[in-house]
Design a protein around this ligand. Structure first.
Ligand code: PMT
Length: 399
């Protein structure tokens, strides 16, 4: 039990998701952790102290003073904890936390805590999207806190979108992962990643290609290697060189070559992530010599390339299979169709309509879909995006 004897302090604020914390406490206790709970005054209207005290096997605190004038020592509670988790974290408490306000016991304890702090925001659609909330979450991350992003779905208001508190198992996973020795969470796993473009030769000097730089795939490879995985990276033509010499890089040019190389490794992989931008069509014939510009028009007949990812999906056994969808319109519908058609466990959508997302940039903005879930992320560096994708994979594969 990776959380054996860990001291977990849970701060509950006043949101409808407060009822889910009962499950989180039960899960922490099952993992061998000791749990104490603090509630804000408004959280008490959402969930009963008796339930939380029974599940945590400890008294629940919500005021500076207990019965008979005893003082609930926020400094002691803050010092006691190995990890503090604020879940659900409302916009109000988040704002107070990052601005140093202290008008109830939970905030005083947060300000006294020396341990890692995990924040699982939960609020309605527009509150979560509001620039002040985005800024407050960024400030929290700048303080070194771990923000567990809200998930998408139907919200208490009836609106649909991001704002639901992450599920208890996702919160539990984030905390467990934090305490893993050196974060080598993918030790013993083989991760196969495709990256970059493919070039489909027209003649000895020309090809059909695309704008992929390989950055997204190389960041995924780096992150997987940092987590202890054995990484096989099959990349189309790019100028990039992996910094980590343990990444097993195989360079290919065309889609046909990528297919061949992928299937030398796929059957041993535990996780496969297809971030390559594979050309869908290739010239039917490659001219043996450079084509001369003798005619005003030139017609090149194209034939369909193999769909590497679809073939991987069709032969899937133990692999957790992740595809990408690069879209310019009907993004969600297209991504979901690919998830289904290619028999994927997860698909990562990026849209060229989002500034800073997709090809070449050092940043990307993604939405992750599984058959049951949809999780949206802000624009981030490709390094952070790679970590988000692997976190999402691990949460579903290793829990
Ligand atoms: O390399 P960068 O400059 O960092 O840019 C990153 C990226 C934009 C290339 C990356 O984030 C991305 O979106 N990669 C997938 C691009 C793509 O080809 O998407 P698609 O929607 O056309 O393909 C869907 C999936 O099928 C992809 O996982 C693709 O790898 C796979 N595919 C597609 C066609 C084909 N013949 N074989 C495949 O395996």
């Amino acid at each position: 039990m990776s959380l054996q004897d860990k001291k977990i302090l849970i701060g509950i604020t006043g949101g409808i998701a407060a009822y889910k914390i009962s499950f989180l406490i039960r899960d922490f206790v099952k993992q061998g952790a000791e749990v104490q709970v603090i509630m804000t005054p408004s959280a008490r209207t959402f969930v009963s102290e008796l339930t939380l005290a029974t599940l945590s096997k400890n008294p629940v605190y919500s005021d500076f003073y207990g019965e008979n004038g005893t003082w609930n020592n926020h400094v002691e509670l803050g010092m006691w904890a190995d990890a503090m988790i604020i879940a659900p974290c409302t916009a109000n408490t988040l704002s107070k936390m990052v601005h140093g306000q202290c008008d109830h016991l939970l905030l005083a304890t947060y300000l006294s805590a020396r341990c890692p702090v995990f924040i699982a925001p939960a609020m309605d659609l527009d509150m979560y999207a509001h620039p002040s909330t985005r800024q407050n979450l960024e400030m929290a991350e700048d303080f070194g806190h771990i923000v567990i992003p809200a998930e998408e779905g139907e919200l208490a208001s009836g609106l649909v979108g991001p704002g639901r508190m992450a599920e208890p198992e996702t919160i539990l996973y984030a905390v467990k992962n934090y305490f893993l020795p050196q974060h080598k969470s993918l030790q013993g796993k083989t991760v196969l990643i495709t990256a970059g473009p493919t070039y489909e030769a027209i003649d000895p000097v020309r090809f059909i290609g695309n704008h992929s730089s390989g950055k997204m795939g190389f960041e995924l490879a780096k992150e997987a290697a940092a987590r202890g995985a054995k990484v096989i990276l099959v990349s189309g033509p790019t100028a990039l060189v992996p910094e980590n010499r343990e990444i097993d890089l195989h360079r290919v040019t065309s889609a046909a070559e990528m297919l061949d190389e992928v299937f030398k490794h796929y059957h041993h992989a535990d996780i496969a992530i297809a971030s390559a931008a594979v050309a869908d069509y290739a010239p039917k014939e490659i001219a043996p010599e450079k084509i001369k510009k003798n005619d005003d028009h030139l017609t090149i007949e194209l034939v369909k390339n193999p769909d590497i990812l679809k073939t991987m999906g069709a032969q899937k056994k133990q692999q957790f299979l992740v595809g990408f969808a690069l879209e310019t319109q009907n993004e969600e519908a297209n991504a979901l169709a690919k998830l289904e058609k290619k028999n994927l466990d997860m698909i990562v959508l990026n849209s060229l309509r989002d500034e800073g997302a997709g090809f070449k940039n050092d940043t990307n903005r993604i939405t992750i879909f599984t058959k049951q879930e949809q999780i949206g992320f802000d624009l981030k560096s490709k390094k952070e995006v790679a970590a988000d994708i692997l976190d999402a994979v691990e949460m579903r594969l290793l829990k």
